[in-house]
Design a protein around this ligand. Sequence first.
Ligand code: FDA
Length: 407
Amino acid sequence: MPDASSSPFSTFDAVVIGAGAAGLFCAGIAGQRGLRVLLLDHGEKVAEKVRISGGGRCNFTNRELDPRAPHKHFLSDNPHFCRSALARHTPADFIGLVQKHRIPFHEKHKGQLFGDHSSDDFIRMLLAECAAGGVTHWQPCTVGGIAANGAGYELQTSRGPVRAGSVVVATGGLSIPKIGATDFGYRVAQQFGLRVVPPRPALVPLTFDGEAWAPFAQLAGLSLPVRIATGEKKERVAFDEDLLFTHRGLSGPAVLQISSYWREGTPIRIDLAPGIDLAAELMQAKARSRRLLANELAQWVPARLAEAWVQQDAAWQRPVNEAGDKALQQLAQRLSNWELVPTGSEGWRKAEVTAGGVDTRELSSQTMESRQPGLYFVGEVVDVTGWLGGYNFQWAWASAHACAQAL
Ligand code: FDA
């Protein structure tokens, strides 16, 4: 028998690959349950996405999340998969941990919770939870290969070979490659014969053809509340949020939200004056005013938008009382149902998250274990994508928690 102490392998109960939101949370809980856990990451720094999240303040969860209706706030090819994990680790549970660490926070828009100071508070909290669990942390450390060895797994890493009973893949999605995103998780899934739903950028600004966009490029920086929609009939999805004009297209919460549902070649529809019966308002203005149509319009939409909008048609560049009824109706119709087909999106460079990922039909919704025994996937690498507003972190926490309980 070879002497165990002379083995070249470092031995752990579980190896967690990826020290982002999900990996850190999972490693901490598993360590505190008494498991010998190794957490490793190829990056120099820990949790870079947590650091830049929420404009540097980390929108760490959302109070409005309803785990009984996950399809309301999450996209997936398998919409009910996320329900179990989200119900077993709720926003209230995570808020309890944040309070235990005395991190001050506040609620912003629509249930979104942000730290008062900095995302670093949350990174410190996650690291403290790992330390409390005696987690071994190797960083930077790359994984060259993973092999199943019957009783568990052997990993070749840049810090030497490792043996572990379980492997948790928490390497996130493809967005923002410059801070360390890789396709590692999808490759591991494919290595073990697990399907992957093709990844695509989500929560991403949309872009438009240079020439077609020229009249609107001058509006860059302008923001206004809109109703935005995409899809037909039963598939139709709509959001009431702020829209932001950019040099290359559209952004802001409204567009980020709709981008996750938008499919190439299909239109989006924007009501630039939501809740206002523009046709009726313009007809009334015609009866009482001699001002230019653009000036009248500026009562209901920002003046810069009104000015740019009327440039599209000579019939709109005149005093309102001289405009034809049909021209006014067309103006109202176009503003309240602006239909446009994006050319594309700003892609991985700007996407906040990745839609698609490891197919949830390959995973247990109770534990996140895959059909390959002892191999788990948590967080964004899985085909569960949240809306803007703290939902993606809540999925990272909840999936990591479900996994850590089962290791
Ligand atoms: P995450 O990406 O956090 O971590 C993956 C880790 O794996 C990284 O540390 C990476 O270095 C490592 N890794 C990758 N490949 C590896 C490899 N081959 N070997 C070893 N390690 C590897 N969500 C939200 O709910 N509220 C918010 O406020 C924001 N804000 C926000 C802003 C911006 C600019 C972005 C880009 C994203 C957000 N998000 C967000 C989304 C949120 O950051 C994201 O969903 C979670 O961080 C996902 O957590 P994971 O742990 O799954 O991946």
